[in-house]
Design a protein around this ligand. Structure first.
Ligand SMILES: CC(C)(COP(=O)(O)OP(=O)(O)OC[C@H]1O[C@@H](n2cnc3c(N)ncnc32)[C@H](O)[C@@H]1OP(=O)(O)O)[C@@H](O)C(=O)NCCC(=O)NCCS
Length: 124
């Protein structure tokens, strides 16, 4: 199937010590880290399009605008939904929402760019 606007996927994860702000160095507290949430958001966007990517292509993240709205404790379950909202040539735009058992914890607008992984790596 081609990449069509409206594609969406939901994933869940449990917050472990490796997902906390003190572990990432992004803060001093044992709470779900913003960079861990952002990584899970990007991972969910990748999973959303994975099976519909043309053979020999991949995507790289080029932009993510995130709001972290509420703290999440160790051991909580985080649910993340990514929706492909715009396909503009090689540019793919997503709306992403994360929540825990208490409701919304974060939102993001994320853009990925379709690349040829062989050419991309050869330019580094
Ligand atoms: C994706 C990438 C290869 C595109 O570079 P390029 O092939 O030279 O293409 P361009 O610079 O012409 O950019 C293509 C489009 O993406 C947009 N774009 C590129 N980087 C962007 C960024 N950081 N933020 C917003 N838009 C960006 C450009 O404005 C352009 O938009 P347009 O087509 O509407 O004019 C390059 O931006 C890149 O390597 N970014 C880093 C990606 C990365 O390493 N991510 C982490 C690994 S997943």
């Amino acid at each position: 199937m081609a990449l069509v606007e409206g594609l969406s996927i939901t994933q869940t994860m449990t917050v472990t010590k490796k997902d906390t702000a003190i572990y990432h160095g992004s803060g001093k507290l044992e709470v779900y880290a913003t960079p861990a949430m952002v990584a899970f958001m990007e991972n969910t966007a990748v999973a959303c399009i994975d099976k519909d990517m043309a053979k020999g292509t991949d995507s790289v993240g080029i932009q993510i605008d995130t709001k972290h709205n509420k703290a999440t404790k160790l051991g909580a379950t985080v649910t993340c939904t990514a929706k492909l909202v715009k396909v503009d040539g090689k540019k793919l735009s997503f709306e992403i929402e994360a929540s825990d058992e208490g409701g919304n914890i974060g939102n993001a607008v994320h853009v990925r760019y379709i690349i040829d992984p062989v050419k991309f790596m050869s330019r580094l």
